[in-house]
Design a protein around this ligand. Structure first.
Ligand SMILES: C[S@@+](CC[C@H](N)C(=O)[O-])C[C@H]1O[C@@H](n2cnc3c(N)ncnc32)[C@H](O)[C@@H]1O
Length: 409
């Protein structure tokens, strides 16, 4: 049964005026085992519907490896130091982090144990790295780890409820059937958690304003807190603080969008299972759900600041001096690195750092560090491979560019 058939079945199952919440619709559209958007395709890349930082340039993984290295060192070099990557997708970030870690000092690579967790099994990039495991799951079947729970563009893929403020108060958006067509309609909220979230945040929606709310954050934070005995949570995604996200002037219609073949639209009830549906992350709520679960807030910065603090400029400079690249390869690598911090693009993404039993260390990614820069200067600059995108070549992985492995800079 396709995702759309399952949506219709669920609505009909609920009787004459049957309806399901938008969140339930989104869960089925994205994750129904037969034809849910994420379940039988590789959505990322030129042939997919969008691209993410790991695909843009391996510098992203390299600088994350530098941050992980500093966390490990600050924790007195535990072995193993486990990185649990949630929503790891094709595993490209895992491969890039592990590759760069081999050049980091003090035996970090030997201590690093990497677990890629995802609820789908498609499009895996070969990691070839010992100490790397892949787990298929949509919950977190671990506890007591020492290390870091890491994710990139994972929370934005969680199903969200949609609410709208009307003259009659807060209503929720549902999906129903009218004359055989799927339609959106509004009704009383499905539970008290929606108004409760806005109250907690001190947000009053303006009349006519639509907003998305992820009600799974508390459960997720509790699971993450249980996974970690000691360490950090690094969450990277597009999103904003609640005040900014729910600003009635800037985002009156909310932030829910659909993506197909790199075109952004706003029609979630069409192409069910064939387009991505996503909403920006409310980082204020992620942080406060974390605090309730026992995860300390350590910082929230833009991806631009985070990567710059960790030595992105040094990587750019090293690249410029690389002797063995053709002009085209140089251009592709330069464009990829630049894109990671582009204003209005990936540079605006947020990096949230939380900790558990880890004290309040000064983390390189949160405050610019000469030590991070010195490390990066001493290591080869990572270069695009055929598994990454090539921006000048129309973002085509591989494309016409020759991406064989190059020697160190
Ligand atoms: C937008 S993709 C990002 C993939 C990858 N992190 C990247 O940056 O390219 C989101 C990924 O999260 C996975 N995902 C979403 N919800 C999940 C859950 N509850 N448990 C495990 N994986 C999940 C999806 O299957 C998908 O691979």
């Amino acid at each position: 049964m396709s995702a759309e058939s399952e949506v219709r079945r669920r609505i009909q199952e609920r009787g004459e005026s049957g309806k399901i919440t938008f969140a339930e619709f989104m869960e089925v559209a994205l994750y129904w085992p037969h034809g849910g958007y994420y379940m039988d395709r590789e959505p990322i890349g030129a042939d997919g519907d969008y691209y993410t930082s790991p695909a843009v340039h391996p510098s992203f993984g390299a600088l994350l490896a530098v941050q992980l290295f500093q966390m490990w060192r600050g924790m007195d070099r535990p072995t193993p130091f486990t990185v649990l990557e949630l929503g790891a997708g094709n595993g490209l970030l895992c491969r890039d982090i592990n590759a760069y870690a081999t050049g980091l000092p003090e035996g970090f690579a030997a201590a690093l144990r990497y677990i890629c967790l995802d609820r789908r099994a498609t499009g895996l990039v070969e990691s070839g790295t010992p100490g790397t495991n892949r787990v298929l799951a949509d919950r977190l079947p671990f506890k007591g780890l020492t290390g870091c729970v890491l994710s990139n563009e994972y929370l934005d893929a969680f199903p969200v409820h949609q609410v709208v403020m009307t003259a009659d108060g807060l209503k929720e958006v549902y999906v129903a059937l009218e004359g055989g067509e799927l339609v959106e309609l509004t009704g009383e909220p499905s539970g008290p958690g929606l108004a409760g979230r806005l109250d907690d945040l001190g947000i009053e929606l303006a009349q006519g304003q639509t907003a998305e709310i992820n009600l799974r954050l508390d459960r997720w934070s509790l699971e993450v807190a249980k996974v970690l005995e000691r360490g950090f949570v690094l969450t990277i995604d597009y999103g904003r603080t609640a005040q900014d996200l729910y600003d009635p002037d800037a985002r009156r219609r909310g932030t829910l969008v659909t993506y197909r073949q790199h075109v952004q639209t706003d029609a979630p009830l069409t192409l069910i299972g064939r387009q991505d549906i996503t909403a920006q992350v409310d980082f204020t709520s992620v942080a406060s759900a974390g605090e309730r679960a026992g995860l300390d807030f350590l910082g929230l910065v833009t991806q631009r600041d985070f990567l710059s603090n960790l030595g992105l400029d040094q990587l750019q400079q090293k690249l410029q001096k690389h002797q063995d690249l053709s002009p085209r390869q140089m251009q592709a690598n330069r464009a990829g690195i630049t894109d990671l911090t582009r204003p209005g693009g990936l540079g605006e993404f947020k990096v949230l750092v939380q900790g558990k039993n880890s004290g309040r260390p000064e983390l390189w990614g949160l405050e610019r560090s000469q030590d991070a820069a010195a490390l990066v200067v001493g290591l080869p600059v990572p270069l695009l491979t055929g598994d990454h995108l090539s921006l000048p070549d129309g973002r085509h992985p591989g494309g016409e560019t020759d991406f064989e492995a190059f020697g160190p800079a």
